[in-house]
Design a binder for this molecule. Structure first.
Ligand code: NAD
Ligand code: 6OD
Length: 486
């Protein structure tokens, strides 16, 4: 049983109120740790420490030295790989085979890439003609935005937290992180890493707790915060925006999705099946980029559904450290109730349940966990709730279509606009459809293939702004123009 406290100004700090909450292993339902909840006092202290560090040693550190420290953070995550892996898998239940390929390596890569990129960000300059003929030189400078609040979800805890902290620190900001109440563990480990490699006190701070009336709300609405970067549900984004409004705090939001996967009859069927399978079931369907609406061109439809169902039935639930495990549990009992609610609604709305739809049989040691069966439906109306609302579980609805115009209209008929996957061997079609999809990210013949230099974010209710590569620097810096009359 572990105990996690706030990390403020380089120190572990217990909650002043003495209030704690439990960290639960989603695979068993058993309590694995105790977490101290931050109140307003701890959030104030964390923001004050971050403000102080901005102008202290961190603010005065030459860029090269700052970059070197971030490389050391990455190296230290790799040295402590097994600890990060166990912590992430215990908190989320995800199989080690997944987290060791994606979550933990990205935790390190998110520091390296932005440390390298920040040295090469160009800014513009213009020579202005003036009536006296002497001219004026304009040039732009980038300065850190200040204290950044980083509010994180539970599905890819280390990956998504470092995706924000890496560029924020690379730009010279300081951060206060609020991990999800479900998954506090790897953020606490990262705090230890910051001290080990000598990141100055106050640069990286962590407050633990919930959202409303707790650390999340206090932090995101704090007047001492200069920017809030948030990943989570769209409705939470609205609440955070309202909290930011009085102080006109800038926001960067990566929000929910209801992403389409489009399988054209001219696709490479094996590739399309493998990619769709991953995009629906990876991380037990708890990936914002995941596909919950699959559209298959009619000639392929029956064969595709049958083969997708067969591979779904081959997924093996189990303990995170069992090498045969290929699917983990949902994060919490509450989330499981929500997903099972959609399973029920799908039935009531007349879906054909091609596979799954319930709860798997598991051995006694896992019976208390938050398990659900991988599930595939067909036959739902386009306006049924399971087709329109983000479920965030291991499930999808598969629907036939006839032509390109029809499927583009279906794919875009959603308030979300995060990602889309298109499966076709016709290059012209790939470009046409990618351009027409209302989504911030379109993958063609792939899914979740990431190049961290590219813009990442959502349209419509799926987000505000883009991060990734130089786009991260747009949010994490303030651009200042200097005009010099010559
Ligand atoms: P969530 O919105 O419930 O919680 C995210 C974080 O916000 C948590 O730390 C929570 O404590 C905090 N929070 C909740 N209410 C708050 C409030 N009023 N003020 C301040 N903080 C508050 O999301 P979740 O359930 O943790 O994650 C799942 C959701 O995240 C899904 O909707 C998913 O699509 C989305 N997501 C999006 C992306 C993306 O890149 N677009 C990535 C991952 C997850
Ligand atoms: O890969 C990333 O950088 C990223 N932000 C992924 C988001 C996944 C959502 O669950």
């Amino acid at each position: 049983m572990f105990e996690i406290r706030q990390f403020i100004d380089g120190e572990d700090v217990p909650s002043a109120s003495g209030v704690t909450f439990e960290d639960v292993d989603p695979a068993t339902g058993k309590v694995i740790g105790i977490v101290h909840e931050a109140g307003r006092a701890e959030v104030d202290a964390a923001v004050a420490a971050a403000r102080e560090a901005l102008t202290g040693p961190w603010g005065r550190l030459p860029t090269e030295r700052r970059m070197a420290l971030l490389h050391q953070v990455a190296a230290r995550i790799e040295q402590r790989f097994d600890e990060f892996l166990a912590a992430e898998c215990l908190d989320t239940g995800k199989p080690a085979s997944l987290a060791s390929r994606i979550d933990i390596p990205r935790g390190a890569a998110n520091f390296r890439i932005f440390a390298d990129l920040v040295k090469n960000v160009p800014t513009e300059s213009f020579m202005l003609d003036t009536p006296d003929g002497e001219g004026a030189l304009n040039y732009a400078l980038r300065r850190p935005k200040g204290v950044i609040a980083v509010v994180c979800p539970w599905n890819l805890p280390l990956l998504l937290m470092t995706w924000k902290v890496g560029p924020a620190l690379a730009c010279g900001n300081t951060v206060v992180v609020k991990p999800s109440e479900e998954t506090p563990h790897t953020t606490a480990l990262l705090a230890g890493v910051m001290n080990e490699v000598g990141v100055p006190r106050g640069v990286f701070n962590v407050v633990h707790g919930f959202g409303p009336d707790s650390a999340g709300e206090y932090l995101a609405g704090h007047p001492g915060v200069d920017g809030v970067t948030f990943t989570g549900e769209s409705i939470t984004g609205s609440a955070i925006m309202a909290g930011c409004a009085p102080h006109v705090t800038q926001v960067s939001f990566e929000l929910g999705g209801k992403n389409p996967g489009i399988v054209f009859a001219d696709c490479d069927l094996d590739k399309a099946l493998e990619g769709t399978m991953r995009s629906v079931f990876a991380n037990c369907g708890q990936v914002c980029l995941g596909t919950e609406r699959v559209y298959v061109q009619r000639p392929l439809f029956d064969d595709f559904v049958e083969r997708l169902a067969k591979t779904a039935e081959e997924l093996r639930p189990g303990a995170w450290n069992d090498e045969t495990t290929t699917i983990g549990p949902l994060i919490s009992a509450t989330h499981r109730a929500k997903v099972l609610g959609y399973y029920k609604q799908a039935l009531e709305a007349g879906a054909t349940v091609v596979t799954g739809g319930g709860v798997p049989d598991l051995p006694d040691d896992l019976a208390g966990g938050h398990w659900v069966q991988p599930t595939i439906w067909t036959g739902l109306a386009d306006d049924a709730a399971p087709v329109r609302e983000e479920i965030f579980g291991p499930c999808c609805h598969v629907r036939p279509f006839d032509d390109e115009d029809e499927v583009v209209a279906l794919a875009n008929d959603t308030r979300y606009g995060l990602a889309g996957a298109v499966w076709t061997e016709n290059l012209a079609r790939a470009h046409r459809v990618a351009a027409r999809l209302e989504a911030g990210i379109v993958w063609v013949n792939s899914w979740f293939l990431r190049d961290l230099r590219t813009p990442f974010g959502g349209m419509k209710h799926s987000g505000i702004g883009r991060e990734g590569g130089v786009h991260s620097f747009e949010f994490y810096t303030e651009l200042k123009n200097v005009c010099i009359k010559l």
